[in-house]
Design a protein around this ligand. Structure first.
Ligand code: PSU
Ligand code: MN
Length: 304
């Protein structure tokens, strides 16, 4: 029996060689509050379709690894409580125990690769947390990018992370970090992290060719495409800095760490910005879904 279950729409797209874009479920269950998360999950899928590709939202439901969810499954996940947050370490345990879990960037990449899906769009990836020199908190997303051949479109890494250290680790791991259409590394809510990105590409087709070239070279791992948030939706870095500091201090005061840290910070920043952080998050994730669909479309059009 196959280890992952494709939805009929995703199976049909794969069989016909049409472009498919993988989507994660942790942003639904742990990254955004109910009920906005449901509406946003649907809009992300619609954006992928409008840009010519089939969306495949990925999650483990009652032990089954689903690649492509029906609307009712997304609705149930969006309001479920106590859903596990799955990365490489806990994916197999969740499936073996017949439980339900949302996939992070790392686990979504694993499932996408199994299903033959080369492109994945999300909001932001995990990275090296601030204070990692003492906490050792480095997201498994970085290691996954070095070993699983999926191109991940994100809006850079969030400013709650230590961005210079995140770039250093990605370089060590051999992960290309490609800023889309600009020289500077985007920083999620803001268009620039104040750091130059290692690489820059301006065309979806070129990103698709680079993905294919890695495969031909036999290099394992994927690419990180850092797509800047649309200008109209950006929250300037200067405005986010004190909010992030406050949220981080609150996390320390409440003893939050490990898997709970990223969801806690996102929720706290949502409260502190009175919802503005979520509006920006929606704009950037839709922007990434559109670019992901264009890259996936270029990829299936490449000569074999
Ligand atoms: N970035 C966001 N929203 C999120 C996440 C990242 O803007 O919800 C999630 C992703 O699923 C990512 C995970 O893979 O957080 C990283 O968690 P950690 O830092 O615990 O590895
Ligand atoms: Mn972590």
């Amino acid at each position: 029996m196959s280890l992952c279950t494709l939805s009929p729409a995703v199976a049909a797209a794969r069989a016909a060689g049409r472009p498919v874009v993988a989507l994660e479920s942790t942003i639904i269950t742990h990254g955004m509050p109910w009920p906005q998360n449901l509406d946003i999950a649907r809009r992300i899928e619609a954006t992928v379709r409008e840009n010519g590709a089939e969306p495949a939202t990925i999650a483990v439901i009652d032990g089954t690894l689903h690649v492509g969810l029906e609307d009712g499954q997304i609705e149930a996940l969006a309001q479920a409580r106590g859903v596990a947050k799955l990365s490489r370490a806990d994916l197999a345990v969740c499936m073996a125990e017949g439980r339900t879990g949302a996939t992070t960037v790392a686990a979504t990449m694993i499932a996408a690769a199994m299903a033959g899906i080369a492109v994945f769009a999300t909001g932001g990836i995990g990275g090296v947390h601030r204070g990692a020199e003492t906490s050792f908190d480095v997201s498994a997303d970085l290691q996954e990018l070095s070993q699983t051949p999926v191109t991940v479109v994100a809006a850079g890494a969030k400013a709650i992370l230590d961005l210079p250290k995140t770039l250093e680790v990605l370089e060590t791991l051999g992960v290309p970090v490609i800023a889309y259409g600009q020289d500077m590394l985007p920083a999620f809510w803001s268009r620039s992290a104040g750091l130059r990105a290692p690489l820059r590409m301006d065309e979806a087709a070129a990103i698709a060719r680079a993905h294919a070239m890695r495969g031909r070279l036999g290099l394992p791992g994927g690419q990180l495409v850092a797509n800047p948030i649309p200008e109209a939706a950006e929250i300037p870095r200067a405005e986010m800095t004190p909010v992030i500091s406050r949220a981080m201090q609150d996390a320390i005061d409440h003893g939050i760490h490990g898997k709970d840290l990223t969801p806690y910070l996102l929720q706290r920043i949502f409260e502190l910005t009175e919802g503005r952080s979520l509006d920006a998050n929606v704009a950037l994730v839709l922007n990434n879904a559109a670019l992901g669909a264009r890259i996936a479309t270029e990829l299936v059009a490449l000569p074999a």
